[in-house]
Write a protein that binds this ligand. Structure first.
Ligand code: PLP
Length: 314
């Protein structure tokens, strides 16, 4: 699952290089210190050709993630979105996953790291579902992790940094070892935070609840998309701290993320969520999300960037 499928070209600091040449020195700062930030972006196939979902928003978050760590990329969100379009076109893909990475490179290994060059790579490759083929329809089995998300003012949750994914790995590995698809971590205070790579939504009596940004979550772009779609569909949304036990008495729970898209949760710690199948509100949001992302319903919020009409170097 989730194996890399090499494509022809990778974008590096403004130029295209061969996939095999996108290497770094083992003593690059990022290897010892985790000093990288990255994005995960999907490009969907639409009737008008490939289109990147929320490209500008992802690139803005990449720049913001870097800024928190005093890393200046030297690129604007618009330029990076344009580069992403070029990349998809150069590789001739109709749909794919796009991975920009900003990192501290090779030069010195002091913890400060500020005198190392900032390198930006962007790769893309074909990618299917993240939590398994049946996840979108049947739902996934999750556990509450014994690992917490990062405490405030330790590793910043709003920065999508590589270092944060060490915590995510612990959550995801523990879930897998115990036979679950995914784990949901709590905050250090014991309220619901997020999955290893997804934000969490709970439906209770017709309302949609999700933890606020102060609950050690990434400011997910799918989260933001779901909140907008819920508002379009007249579903009340509340960003509020969620006690763990709310997960066990919710009518519906789903995970939202670029990789997982909108994946229903069918059980938590072996307790069925609602009827144990995808609930009606999850279903509505999921079909609205996919219809827009796949260009089958009008793009009323301008979320799609058509790869074909992008200007730039090919
Ligand atoms: C920890 C974490 N939370 C939430 C998300 C969802 O964010 P997005 O919807 O922007 O992909 C991700 C996705 O990468 C993540 O890694």
């Amino acid at each position: 699952m989730n194996s890399l499928v090499p494509t022809e070209k990778i974008w590096r600091n403004g130029a295209f290089i061969r996939w095999e040449d996108a290497t770094i020195h083992v003593l690059s700062h990022v290897v010892s210190c985790g000093s990288a930030v990255w994005e995960g972006i999907r490009c969907y196939e639409t009737p008008d050709g490939p289109a990147i979902f929320r490209a500008g928003r992802h690139m803005r978050r990449l720049i913001d993630s870097a800024r928190i760590y005093r890393m200046e990329t030297g690129w604007s969100a618009g330029q990076l979105s344009e580069a992403a379009c070029d990349l998809v076109r150069v590789n001739g893909l109709r749909s794919c996953y796009i991975r920009p990475i900003v990192m501290r490179g090779y030069g010195s290994l002091g913890v400060h790291g500020g005198d190392n060059p900032i390198e930006i790579f962007m790769a893309c490759w074909p990618w299917g579902t993240y939590l398994g083929e049946e996840a979108l329809e049947q739902g996934v089995d999750v556990c509450v992790s014994s690992w917490n998300r990062m405490a405030p003012n330790t590793l910043p949750a709003l920065s999508k940094s590589s270092a944060n994914y060490m915590n995510s790995q612990l959550i995801r590995m523990e879930a897998a070892v115990n036979g679950y698809h995914e784990g949901i971590a709590l905050t250090p205070e014991g309220t619901v935070s997020e999955g290893s790579a997804e934000n969490v939504f709970v439906v209770r009596e017709g309302r949609l609840l999700t933890p606020p940004l102060t609950s050690s979550v990434l400011e997910g772009i799918t989260r933001e998309t779901v909140i907008q779609l819920a508002s379009d569909l007249g579903i009340p949304v509340l960003e509020t701290p969620i006690p763990r036990e709310m997960l066990y008495i919710a009518d519906e729970v789903f995970l939202a993320g670029t990789a997982a898209e909108i994946s229903p949760v069918r059980s938590i710690d072996r307790i069925p969520v609602g009827s144990g199948a995808r609930g009606p509100i999850t279903g509505k949001l999921q079909s609205e999300f996919f219809a827009i992302a796949r260009g089958l319903r009008p793009d009323r919020h301008c979320w799609l960037t058509a790869v074909g009409v992008c200007e730039g170097v090919v």
